[in-house]
Design a protein around this ligand. Structure first.
Ligand code: ADP
Ligand code: 5GP
Length: 192
Protein backbone atom coordinates (compact mmCIF):
# COMPACT_ATOMS: atom_id res chain seq x y z
CA UNK A 1 0.00 0.00 0.00
CA UNK A 2 1.49 3.31 -1.07
CA UNK A 3 -1.01 5.71 0.47
CA UNK A 4 -1.08 6.81 4.09
CA UNK A 5 -4.01 6.07 6.39
CA UNK A 6 -4.61 9.76 6.95
CA UNK A 7 -5.10 12.43 4.32
CA UNK A 8 -2.51 15.15 4.04
CA UNK A 9 -3.20 18.84 3.71
CA UNK A 10 -2.23 21.84 1.63
CA UNK A 11 -0.45 24.79 3.24
CA UNK A 12 -0.37 27.95 1.15
CA UNK A 13 2.30 30.51 1.96
CA UNK A 14 1.44 33.70 0.15
CA UNK A 15 2.07 37.43 0.23
CA UNK A 16 3.78 40.23 -1.68
CA UNK A 17 7.10 39.75 -3.39
CA UNK A 18 9.89 40.16 -0.82
CA UNK A 19 7.72 39.44 2.24
CA UNK A 20 9.81 36.34 2.97
CA UNK A 21 7.81 33.46 1.46
CA UNK A 22 10.77 31.48 0.16
CA UNK A 23 12.84 32.10 3.31
CA UNK A 24 9.99 30.79 5.46
CA UNK A 25 9.33 27.84 3.16
CA UNK A 26 13.00 26.84 3.33
CA UNK A 27 12.65 26.49 7.11
CA UNK A 28 9.39 24.55 6.92
CA UNK A 29 11.03 22.12 4.51
CA UNK A 30 13.28 20.92 7.32
CA UNK A 31 10.34 18.70 8.24
CA UNK A 32 10.13 15.33 6.44
CA UNK A 33 6.38 15.63 6.51
CA UNK A 34 6.46 18.80 4.40
CA UNK A 35 6.67 18.47 0.62
CA UNK A 36 7.32 21.47 -1.61
CA UNK A 37 5.09 22.20 -4.58
CA UNK A 38 7.46 22.82 -7.48
CA UNK A 39 5.71 25.30 -9.77
CA UNK A 40 6.20 25.61 -13.50
CA UNK A 41 7.32 28.95 -14.91
CA UNK A 42 8.37 30.58 -18.15
CA UNK A 43 10.85 32.89 -16.43
CA UNK A 44 14.58 32.26 -16.86
CA UNK A 45 16.38 30.47 -14.02
CA UNK A 46 18.30 32.70 -11.59
CA UNK A 47 21.87 31.74 -10.76
CA UNK A 48 21.82 28.62 -8.57
CA UNK A 49 18.25 27.63 -9.44
CA UNK A 50 17.85 24.00 -10.49
CA UNK A 51 15.24 22.79 -12.96
CA UNK A 52 12.80 20.44 -11.20
CA UNK A 53 13.89 21.59 -7.73
CA UNK A 54 13.10 25.31 -7.59
CA UNK A 55 10.82 25.42 -10.62
CA UNK A 56 10.06 23.42 -13.72
CA UNK A 57 11.44 25.88 -16.27
CA UNK A 58 9.35 25.76 -19.44
CA UNK A 59 9.19 27.66 -22.71
CA UNK A 60 6.01 29.65 -23.37
CA UNK A 61 4.90 26.97 -25.88
CA UNK A 62 5.51 24.15 -23.41
CA UNK A 63 3.61 26.05 -20.74
CA UNK A 64 0.65 26.63 -23.07
CA UNK A 65 0.56 22.93 -24.01
CA UNK A 66 0.29 22.03 -20.32
CA UNK A 67 -2.56 24.49 -19.85
CA UNK A 68 -4.33 22.82 -22.76
CA UNK A 69 -3.73 19.40 -21.21
CA UNK A 70 -5.34 20.58 -17.96
CA UNK A 71 -2.20 19.91 -15.94
CA UNK A 72 -2.46 23.04 -13.75
CA UNK A 73 -4.64 23.55 -10.71
CA UNK A 74 -4.11 27.26 -11.34
CA UNK A 75 -1.86 29.39 -13.47
CA UNK A 76 -1.26 33.11 -13.64
CA UNK A 77 0.89 35.75 -15.23
CA UNK A 78 3.07 37.34 -12.57
CA UNK A 79 5.41 40.21 -13.41
CA UNK A 80 5.31 39.32 -17.10
CA UNK A 81 5.99 35.57 -16.75
CA UNK A 82 3.70 32.56 -16.50
CA UNK A 83 3.57 30.50 -13.31
CA UNK A 84 1.44 27.48 -12.51
CA UNK A 85 0.73 24.90 -9.81
CA UNK A 86 0.75 21.33 -11.11
CA UNK A 87 -2.16 19.08 -10.30
CA UNK A 88 -0.61 15.59 -10.11
CA UNK A 89 2.04 16.11 -7.38
CA UNK A 90 -0.50 17.86 -5.14
CA UNK A 91 -2.85 14.91 -5.38
CA UNK A 92 -0.05 12.43 -4.68
CA UNK A 93 1.23 14.30 -1.61
CA UNK A 94 -2.25 14.59 -0.09
CA UNK A 95 -2.93 10.90 -0.47
CA UNK A 96 0.49 10.14 1.04
CA UNK A 97 -0.52 12.08 4.18
CA UNK A 98 1.99 14.91 3.62
CA UNK A 99 1.73 18.66 4.20
CA UNK A 100 1.93 20.01 0.66
CA UNK A 101 3.60 23.40 0.80
CA UNK A 102 2.54 25.83 -1.91
CA UNK A 103 4.51 29.08 -2.15
CA UNK A 104 2.37 31.36 -4.20
CA UNK A 105 1.66 34.99 -5.02
CA UNK A 106 -1.57 36.63 -3.85
CA UNK A 107 -3.31 36.35 -7.22
CA UNK A 108 -2.60 32.61 -7.35
CA UNK A 109 -3.67 31.97 -3.77
CA UNK A 110 -6.97 33.77 -4.28
CA UNK A 111 -7.49 31.83 -7.48
CA UNK A 112 -7.04 28.56 -5.55
CA UNK A 113 -9.44 29.80 -2.89
CA UNK A 114 -12.01 30.67 -5.56
CA UNK A 115 -11.58 27.14 -6.94
CA UNK A 116 -12.26 25.92 -3.39
CA UNK A 117 -8.93 24.15 -3.13
CA UNK A 118 -8.93 22.94 0.43
CA UNK A 119 -6.00 24.24 2.43
CA UNK A 120 -4.66 26.51 5.14
CA UNK A 121 -4.17 29.95 3.57
CA UNK A 122 -1.42 32.01 5.24
CA UNK A 123 -0.71 35.62 4.28
CA UNK A 124 2.86 36.59 5.12
CA UNK A 125 2.92 40.32 5.82
CA UNK A 126 6.03 42.50 5.92
CA UNK A 127 6.43 44.46 9.18
CA UNK A 128 6.13 47.66 7.06
CA UNK A 129 6.42 48.77 3.45
CA UNK A 130 9.72 50.45 4.27
CA UNK A 131 11.12 47.13 5.53
CA UNK A 132 9.73 45.42 2.42
CA UNK A 133 11.62 47.90 0.24
CA UNK A 134 14.82 47.29 2.20
CA UNK A 135 14.49 43.50 1.96
CA UNK A 136 13.69 43.55 -1.74
CA UNK A 137 16.61 45.82 -2.57
CA UNK A 138 18.85 43.84 -0.19
CA UNK A 139 18.02 40.64 -2.08
CA UNK A 140 19.50 42.29 -5.16
CA UNK A 141 17.55 40.24 -7.69
CA UNK A 142 15.40 43.02 -9.19
CA UNK A 143 16.27 46.00 -11.35
CA UNK A 144 15.17 49.36 -9.83
CA UNK A 145 12.24 49.44 -12.27
CA UNK A 146 11.01 45.92 -11.34
CA UNK A 147 11.49 46.72 -7.66
CA UNK A 148 9.19 49.76 -7.93
CA UNK A 149 6.59 47.69 -9.81
CA UNK A 150 6.65 44.99 -7.13
CA UNK A 151 6.33 47.53 -4.30
CA UNK A 152 3.37 49.22 -5.97
CA UNK A 153 1.71 45.82 -6.41
CA UNK A 154 2.45 44.93 -2.77
CA UNK A 155 0.17 47.74 -1.60
CA UNK A 156 -2.79 46.28 -3.53
CA UNK A 157 -1.93 42.75 -2.40
CA UNK A 158 -1.77 43.81 1.24
CA UNK A 159 -5.46 44.75 1.10
CA UNK A 160 -6.32 41.14 0.24
CA UNK A 161 -4.91 39.79 3.50
CA UNK A 162 -8.38 39.69 5.09
CA UNK A 163 -9.36 36.88 2.69
CA UNK A 164 -6.82 34.50 4.24
CA UNK A 165 -7.23 32.11 7.17
CA UNK A 166 -4.16 33.55 8.94
CA UNK A 167 -1.98 36.66 8.72
CA UNK A 168 1.59 36.16 9.93
CA UNK A 169 3.87 39.19 10.23
CA UNK A 170 7.39 38.25 9.16
CA UNK A 171 9.26 40.50 11.57
CA UNK A 172 11.54 37.97 13.22
CA UNK A 173 12.01 34.90 11.04
CA UNK A 174 12.08 32.31 13.84
CA UNK A 175 9.00 33.81 15.46
CA UNK A 176 7.07 33.80 12.16
CA UNK A 177 8.06 30.20 11.39
CA UNK A 178 7.04 29.10 14.89
CA UNK A 179 3.65 30.78 14.43
CA UNK A 180 3.09 28.91 11.16
CA UNK A 181 4.35 25.66 12.66
CA UNK A 182 1.71 25.97 15.39
CA UNK A 183 -1.02 26.82 12.89
CA UNK A 184 -0.26 23.65 10.90
CA UNK A 185 0.34 21.51 13.97
CA UNK A 186 3.91 20.57 13.10
CA UNK A 187 5.93 19.31 16.08
CA UNK A 188 8.68 21.29 17.78
CA UNK A 189 11.96 20.81 15.93
CA UNK A 190 14.07 18.12 17.56
CA UNK A 191 17.61 18.98 18.55
CA UNK A 192 20.17 16.37 17.55
P1 ADP B 1 9.71 36.27 -1.24
O1 ADP B 1 9.99 34.81 -1.46
O2 ADP B 1 8.43 36.52 -0.53
O3 ADP B 1 9.83 37.10 -2.49
P2 ADP B 1 12.28 36.21 0.18
O4 ADP B 1 12.14 35.02 1.03
O5 ADP B 1 13.15 36.12 -1.03
O6 ADP B 1 10.84 36.82 -0.22
O7 ADP B 1 12.80 37.38 1.13
C1 ADP B 1 13.20 38.67 0.62
C2 ADP B 1 14.48 39.11 1.33
O8 ADP B 1 14.18 39.37 2.70
C3 ADP B 1 15.58 38.05 1.30
O9 ADP B 1 16.82 38.69 1.09
C4 ADP B 1 15.50 37.42 2.70
O10 ADP B 1 16.76 36.95 3.13
C5 ADP B 1 15.03 38.59 3.57
N1 ADP B 1 14.21 38.17 4.72
C6 ADP B 1 13.16 37.31 4.74
N2 ADP B 1 12.63 37.20 5.97
C7 ADP B 1 13.33 38.04 6.77
C8 ADP B 1 13.26 38.41 8.16
N3 ADP B 1 12.34 37.89 9.00
N4 ADP B 1 14.15 39.31 8.63
C9 ADP B 1 15.08 39.86 7.81
N5 ADP B 1 15.22 39.57 6.48
C10 ADP B 1 14.35 38.68 5.96
P1 5GP C 1 9.85 34.59 -8.60
O1 5GP C 1 10.00 34.84 -10.07
O2 5GP C 1 10.39 35.74 -7.77
O3 5GP C 1 10.36 33.24 -8.19
O4 5GP C 1 8.29 34.54 -8.29
C1 5GP C 1 7.48 35.59 -8.70
C2 5GP C 1 6.12 35.40 -8.11
O5 5GP C 1 5.45 34.27 -8.68
C3 5GP C 1 6.17 35.15 -6.61
O6 5GP C 1 5.25 36.03 -5.98
C4 5GP C 1 5.77 33.71 -6.51
O7 5GP C 1 5.13 33.42 -5.28
C5 5GP C 1 4.82 33.55 -7.67
N1 5GP C 1 4.61 32.13 -8.02
C6 5GP C 1 5.49 31.11 -7.91
N2 5GP C 1 4.93 29.97 -8.28
C7 5GP C 1 3.64 30.25 -8.62
C8 5GP C 1 2.54 29.46 -9.07
O8 5GP C 1 2.60 28.25 -9.24
N3 5GP C 1 1.38 30.11 -9.35
C9 5GP C 1 1.26 31.46 -9.17
N4 5GP C 1 0.09 32.00 -9.45
N5 5GP C 1 2.27 32.23 -8.72
C10 5GP C 1 3.45 31.64 -8.46
Amino acid sequence: MTTSDHQGSVLLISGPSGCGKSTICKQLLEYDQVVFSVSATTRAPRPGEVDGTHYHFLSVDQFKARIEAGEFVEHAEVHGNMYGTLRAPMREAISAGKTYLVEIDVQGALQLKALEVDGIYVFVAPPSFEVLRQRLSGRGTETPEVLERRLKKAEDEYRERVKYDHIVVNDDLDRAVTEIRKIVGLPMPTTA
